[in-house]
Design a binder for this molecule. Sequence first.
Ligand SMILES: Cc1cc2nc3c(=O)[nH]c(=O)nc-3n(C[C@H](O)[C@H](O)[C@H](O)COP(=O)(O)OP(=O)(O)OC[C@H]3O[C@@H](n4cnc5c(N)ncnc54)[C@H](O)[C@@H]3O)c2cc1C
Length: 422
Amino acid sequence: MSDLIAPCPTDQGATRRVMIVGGGYAGTTLAVTLGKALKRRPRDGVEVILVERNPCQQALSELDLVAVGPEAPEFCELWLPAALKKLPVRTCFNRVKHMDPLQRTVTLEGGHVTDYWRLVVCTGAVPSVPPVPGLSEHALTMWSVEDAQELQRRVNGQLKLAARMPSADQRRDALSITVCGGGATGVEIVGTIGQLLPKRAAEIGLDASDLRITLVEGRDAILFDLPEAQRTIALRRLRKLGVEVVTGSMIARVSHDHVTLADGRNVPASVLVWAGGAKADPHAAGWGFEIDPTGRIVTNPDLKTAGFDDVYALGDVAGFHDPKTQRIVPMLAQFAIKQGAQAAKNILAEIDGTPTHAWLPHQLGEFVSIGPSWGVGWAGGVRLSGVAAILMKRLTYVLYWWRVGGFKLAFARGREMLSMQR
Ligand SMILES: Cc1cc2nc3c(=O)[nH]c(=O)nc-3n(C[C@H](O)[C@H](O)[C@H](O)COP(=O)(O)OP(=O)(O)OC[C@H]3O[C@@H](n4cnc5c(N)ncnc54)[C@H](O)[C@@H]3O)c2cc1C
């Protein structure tokens, strides 16, 4: 096992080491943007290291397709060595165990300690699972390719089981797939299940009526971040896909085959997905940074952490306060990407001895997929639904792949996505 623990491949001559911890949307954008700038105009003594526990970035926003679509995890993976191969960025595939901003050091799994000139914390978020009896034992969360593959495995197992069952009631119980959480993540997962699962069921001789697909949301409506008219459209679409939407009561208990709501209703659930929320990487709270009440690292307008002029925090782990709305920016890939780009500019400015600049969040739009070929949302004040909305959502990600992986990768991803529009 110890052979698998990578030390940091540091350049002993470097006087300004930039350590980026976490190669998700924020960290990868930063590493690529900084790498390209340093390739164009190298600066003396500067070294950039990206520390990431996986050798590939997992694009979390596409997990629903891995969970229910064709078995193709590579669909949402970006191999970091390939993306960074021509850039002056070193990669270190290891987990950061500890950060000490007072000593300016980072400790890796295996005990290696590395110092830095600038540290960028981009370690993302984790699912937030409330202490509801039975929930953590029986529910799957959706936060990695492995989670998505586990959902695929469980659903396949239930399909095979149901195919051997003689009664329709037994089959519906065996194939009761329930997703808890009516935010974008839960709606995307249940929508993809609603669109693709009947086709899979038909392939093994089952009927759409053998499936019972349910979305449970504790509040009175789903997709609270979207305008009301869009929520109604989304609800209609889910119902059209055969998804039953249960709102207005929190879950109180979970057993191996059903969920009990606080108002006493029972919802069958032979497979249960918990998509009820996320919280910032909990390790960050133990690293000496100022943490806001929601668990995110408090950041300044230029994306540096409060109290440490040599540490930035970006993406889901960072609690950036939007000066216009007075709210903390939501945990969304689009913000993580933009922060990654701004942090690259600020770090280059610091390398060159010029001032850093404040980052101003600007939400260009928001799209939620409901099945691989349908979406709902808005962009630039225009509300969209259907194919136009899903194309907008996919376009955002193709542009991201282009930015970090180049045209070939974006083209390949675009083609894969179009092949799923069925
Ligand atoms: C199922 C799902 C669907 C989503 N859909 C959308 C969507 O449609 N649109 C949207 O805008 N957003 C969506 N999001 C949210 C979006 O994915 C996140 O906001 C985004 O990933 C945040 O980027 P990040 O760089 O902060 O974190 P991440 O992309 O999560 O990256 C964090 C990285 O840090 C690494 N890491 C963590 N700890 C350590 C450590 N100690 N040492 C080394 N490496 C570490 C992790 O391995 C990971 O690669 C979705 C999220 C989920 C879970």
